[in-house]
Design a protein around this ligand. Sequence first.
Ligand code: PXL
Length: 280
Amino acid sequence: MKRIVTVQDISCVGKCSLTVALPVISACGVETAVIPTAVLSVHTAFPSFTFRDLTDEITPVAENWKAQNVGFDAIYTGYLGSKRQIDLMERFFDDFKTKDTLVFVDPVMADNGRMYTGFSPDFADSMARLCAKADIIVPNLSEACFMLHRAYPEHYDEAEIRTILRELTELGAKTAVLTGVSFSPDRIGVMAYDAEKREYFSYFTEKVPQSFHGTGDVFSSTCVGALMRGLPLSGALKTAADFTLAAIKETVKNPVHNWYGVDFETALPQLLRELEANES
Ligand code: PXL
């Protein structure tokens, strides 16, 4: 069985980061090891939250793993709470990356053109350095623009997205994926660029006219889980986009859904069906 280590916070209530990554990657049939970077009572979109920083645990955990020859098929980083955690992740990549390890970085820090609570725009420069060391990065348009020092475009066309994707790979990552790309009011999806093969990929689904927290984490967890399950990048991106849409639809369908995350749980059977269908 493949083993992923995912490094991100645990928001105890909030349906994001580790409380999404663990069930989704496990559902992909892939072992999920974790390094929790912080414990929050709730995610930072709530009016208030507690935050226990766990930076000091990262090095001892990594040293212990090294001493016992623990290794990983993929390293997936999500929400990192500080520049110091980014520095530690750079070292972690150096220590745990073999020629077969997939390094997958979701530079979680912004949405809708704004940094999340607690981050300043210069955090994006540190995140860009981490992205340089990745095989695959999966920013949304806001995160991409902060890392590239571009103004966040309210309107854009395919040529501009292709330019952004190329610029993202010029940061150093082999493949860049942009999530939440939408050229029309009723369609949304992903576009990707593989700099080694010089190939673009895009996949669009219907757009539900409501947005929800945690969908980026659902997308990334599914994508890295599907890749480890053996799907090609195109199949993994399609599976991740379809499952994220399914989770949003489940949420909208549920008249008593909470506001802070999506009902991905009731969509898990669809994920399993899609993984199986795309495997053969
Ligand atoms: O879903 C991204 C995310 C992860 N972790 C924490 C967050 C957010 C988004 O706001 O606050 C703590």
